[in-house]
Design a protein around this ligand. Sequence first.
Ligand SMILES: [Ca+2]
Ligand SMILES: [Ca+2]
Ligand SMILES: [Ca+2]
Length: 482
Amino acid sequence: MSRFSALLLSFVLLGTAWAGSAFPVNPIQLPDVDKYLRAHLSPEDYALIKNGSRQEVESYFNGLAGKVDLESFRAMLNATPTAPVIQDNWAGVTRYAITASLVDTGVDYQHPFFKNCMWTNEKEVSGQAGVDDDGNGLVDDIHGWNMSKNNNEIFDYKNLPADEEGRKMIAEEINFLDRLGGGDLFNQEYLMQNITMIIYFVMNYGGLQEALQRMEFVATMSHGTHCSGLMMNGTVSRLHAVRLELGGASEQMTEQPELPTQAELDKEAKEFEAMFAYMSKSGVRVVNISLGSQYSMIEQSLTMQGMSSQEARRIATELFKGQHYVWNYAISRHPELLFVIAAGNGGGDGKGDDIDTPYECTLPAALALDHVVAIAAINRKDNKVAPFSNFGKVSVDVASFGVSEKSTVPGGGYALMSGTSMASPNAANAAVRILEINPQLTPVQVKKIMMTGITPWVASVPTASNGFIDLNKCLEMAARSR
Ligand SMILES: [Ca+2]
Ligand SMILES: [Ca+2]
Ligand SMILES: [Ca+2]
């Protein structure tokens, strides 16, 4: 299988340029920390944080830290040390291990959580390093494949600090981001704590810009590991990891994109198709995709580069058409796989969009295919739709939990993240567990169970099923189908 060219990845990334988030549509919603500080600090203090020397920032931090209980705040950020337990009534029922794949930023497979749940290519394990022992065209694909680099590096261990303190810091950072992005940003009660913590990170990383870059880096790096933990939690199944190396918003395209030729599109389409063929050959039944792109974001990012609105519309339309062609080509050729796809987060305004409309259309969630399930996010605390979640009467099928979800992060810890990125693997988890009970079910049958084994809601936004996945109802239906 050939290496993915940068072309389609640049499409995928394109949408994020203005949104300030790690992924085009299904990122952890990174908060606008810079704006936050500007809004709440005096111009002098803001200038000091932005441009002051380390000593100046440190003494400012010490002044703030004296006024808040930072210790208990940090303890709160670290208060999610264990894996959540999925409650169900199916512990005694025979389950079959199936294999599920996740196309994402990679997974820390050395995390204790994943110890016994990685898909493992036995012929490669018992074979020779540097040799494609099972003849599938991929050398040493032990737990999956890195599609961007065309090698078996499904996680970059050089990104993890060597010491335990440093590794624990990742969970703290992610929890802090979720705290800020989860709406508490505007909670006056937490204002002082949040500002103090931001300045603590600014100090730690040697500047505001560096701190923001670090947050984006950690969020991007952790995304795949977090989604993987949600998908596999409580299952007896195996995780087949497929990594795409997507950059964060700061690595976004700044130049005008060149429109792809049909030959280039065909090449991309075939490479994506080959990725799904590889999954299928590895025994995968369920694929989670917590990423994508939105038409409006592409158009807006082009306008922000100074393009006329007419020209931006023309280019964005062509690019989006190309993306549709590539995704549709690859996914429609693999009806044996069930694709669970995040509906998207609705961009920098924090408000979900109707992806049935051409302007807010989001791919690949909006593909009109029977073996695609698009997932909106609700909050498990009140069963209400997350304000950021996209929706659509036709394109979005069902909802699942996606606000402050607890799952694995690189380095061995657990932390909270929010997004339809999290709702999607929670829904994929249900799909995996349905198949564990009845592996004979087809993707279309599993999708039907996911859309009918629900708790109906009085929803403020439309989806095809108007409900959220009720795991026990789904598993009862799966058991009855045996
Ligand atoms: Ca191989
Ligand atoms: Ca080998
Ligand atoms: Ca929006």
